[in-house]
Design a protein around this ligand. Structure first.
Ligand code: AQP
Length: 332
């Protein structure tokens, strides 16, 4: 059966981009695939973090998955650091990945910025850990937003290099699944920048846990231009902030941008934003209410994660044993 692996980092709270670009699609995919959903807490160590906040965010991301509609009984749901195989396979891959491949990764360039020499090694080697996450479970498909496509391509390259080096068709080459209208939701403050957890401004994103008043305020303050909404997608694409808000409404209502323009061409942003607020609040309020309910019983979240980690470990240990045999590490 085709198997899915995907994850999100518990760096701050999940936002609308994480929901529309990833979690919302996962919910639909769980009917057709065997799914492994991970809270990738080892990846969250690649940026500044506070230990207690990281622990809390890890539970909160697990709660968000469930609140978005992931069924923890049907799917494997766990946190990455609970399964040792991720870190073990990362090292093996680090020893099979040319530096030139990592040098091409745009996420490192964006996140390290001008502080390249001060960036930590983990941020640079993030893609080999991500390849380990996916290949450890022989996942065939990885649902992600557009921003992660380059990392999936690298995971395929690493799998191919490993297979060629040892002359074995061992690792499955995973395919990215980039679905829907919202493959890249942009910042509410700058339509050319990705909506991101690590953006300093909270007004740049709508968090899944935001209440109705906060959502309304953030949408009202979202950057726009003075023109009314255009008739065509072609004209819309010349206006990044307008395009972003139309894309968000389209994705929240499972329509295309052309559908949204059919209803709203000629509207001023004040009227359009009022519609967007109503839809966003209607879609996100039940999710944040459910997250709050789940977070009130942390013991239950921990039980779900522990059970998921046991199921994930059973698969991961088999892969690690086979990989050790293939690469020549003695197992006594
Ligand atoms: N803006 C976005 N639009 C669409 N999809 C997005 N994703 C992230 N941002 C957007 C998708 O969400 C999943 C989980 O992402 P992640 O937590 O692993 O980290 P990220 O991609 O680096 O997201 P952030 O918000 O920018 O996190 P920080 O700031 O912590 O690095 C992925 O499938 C991603 O494609």
């Amino acid at each position: 059966m085709n198997r899915i692996f995907s994850g999100m980092q518990p760096t701050r709270q999940l936002h609308l981009g994480n929901y529309l670009g990833a979690a919302k699609n996962w919910v639909a995919l769980q009917n057709d695939y065997e799914c492994i959903f991970c809270v990738v807490d080892l990846h969250a160590l690649t940026i500044d973090h506070d230990p207690e906040t990281l622990r809390n965010n890890t539970r909160e991301v697990a709660a968000a998955y469930i609140a978005c509609g992931i069924d923890p009984a049907r799917n494997v749901l766990f946190n990455q650091s609970a399964v040792a195989g991720h870190a073990e396979l990362n090292w093996i891959f680090a020893c099979h990945t040319p530096l030139g491949w990592l040098n091409r990764m745009t996420q490192f360039k964006e996140k390290a910025g001008k502080q390249r020499d001060n960036a930590v090694l983990g941020l640079y080697s993030y893609p080999t850990l991500m390849a380990a996450d996916i290949l450890l479970y022989h996942a065939t498909h990885v649902p992600v937003g557009e921003d992660q496509k380059q990392h999936i391509e690298l995971a395929r390259d690493i799998a191919g290099a490993f297979n060629r080096y040892y002359g074995k068709d061992y690792f499955t080459l995973p395919d990215p699944v980039i679905q829907g209208e919202a493959t890249r939701i942009m910042s509410l403050r700058d339509g050319t920048k990705k909506m991101s957890k690590s953006d300093e401004s909270d007004y740049s994103r709508i968090n899944l846990a935001d209440d109705a008043d906060t959502i309304a305020l953030k949408v009202r303050k979202a950057k726009t231009d003075p023109e009314p909404l255009p008739e065509t997608v072609e004209d819309l694409e010349k206006r990044p902030e307008a395009d972003n808000l139309v894309t968000i409404l389209a994705a929240l209502t499972d329509r295309t941008r052309a559908d949204v323009l059919r209803d709203h061409a000629g509207s001023q942003f004040s009227a359009f934003k009022a519609v967007l607020v109503d839809v966003a609040v209607a879609k996100l309020s039940p999710i944040s209410a459910e997250m709050n309910r789940l977070m009130a019983d942390k013991g239950e979240i921990d039980r779900i994660l522990k059970h998921g980690a046991e199921r994930a470990t059973a698969i991961a240990e088999k892969t690690i044993s086979q990989v050790k045999d293939i690469v020549g590490l003695l197992r006594v």
